[in-house]
Design a protein. Structure first.
Length: 229
């Protein structure tokens, strides 16, 4: 399957949002939260990398988001692509999707780990009796809050969705939450033990949050996670 780049734009320092299409298809079928894998021969090696889809299903179009890893193999290639360039792509895969039936949930993300949550939220909010969903999103600086306007707009439009960004290195003028995501998650959980908690980001954060939830008595099936390293 071929993926053709339609457009890309920088949404934070060394972070780009990409819009692709699958020109051989009229519809790219996927469950929000899944990923696609791109394959390219770089040097003398065939390299494959997975990237979470950042958009709701929309015909044969889909969006992704990634950071530039300057000494990496694949991200420099993607960052150098121009509209019309193509890549080999596999079918969407992955199990980091909203449970069915969905329950009141807390989403926990750091960095580009917020990408699959954008796909899930854009697809599910407004579709019938959606449960309460809270997104806790942690980054270093305010300008790193990827898709901030999207999440704020979704929170205004849907009273069952709540958006809580937090900064570990807040600059003067920031009046929101500060620090890592973990204490904010514990505050939002409160005394309830019936949440489903979805976690996406780097391994250190994901493992720490999982350990804290298990310590609170959350069952394994209530903790859904995906690691980005």
């Amino acid at each position: 399957m071929i993926a053709r780049l339609l457009e890309s734009r920088e949404i934070a320092t060394n972070t780009k949002h990409f819009v692709f299409e699958a020109p051989d298809l009229t519809e790219l079928s996927f469950t929000p939260g899944q990923f696609v894998s791109f394959t390219e021969t770089i040097g003398d090696k065939e390299i494959t990398r997975p990237y979470s889809i950042a958009s709701a299903p929309d015909g044969n179009r889909f969006e992704i988001c990634l950071n530039l890893v300057e000494d990496g193999l694949f991200s420099p290639l993607l960052f150098s692509m121009q509209p019309g360039d193509t890549l080999e792509m596999g079918e969407p895969l992955g199990y980091f999707v909203l449970r069915n039936p969905a329950r009141d949930s807390i989403f926990v993300a750091t960095g580009t780990g917020v990408t699959p949550f954008r796909s899930i939220l854009k697809a599910c909010l407004g579709q019938g009796a959606t449960p309460q969903i809270t997104l806790v999103f942690g980054v270093r600086y305010e300008h790193n809050l990827l898709y901030r306007e999207d999440f704020e707009e979704l929170a205004r439009a849907h009273p069952n969705f709540h958006f809580h960004p937090t900064l570990t290195r807040p600059e003067q003028g920031w009046t929101g939450r500060t620090g890592r995501v973990q204490p904010h998650l514990l505050e939002l959980i409160g005394d309830r033990r019936d949440w489903d908690v979805y976690i996406c980001g780097l391994k250190l954060m994901v493992d720490d949050v999982r350990a804290k939830l298990k310590g609170l008595g959350f069952a394994r099936k209530q903790i859904i996670f995906e690691k980005y390293d």
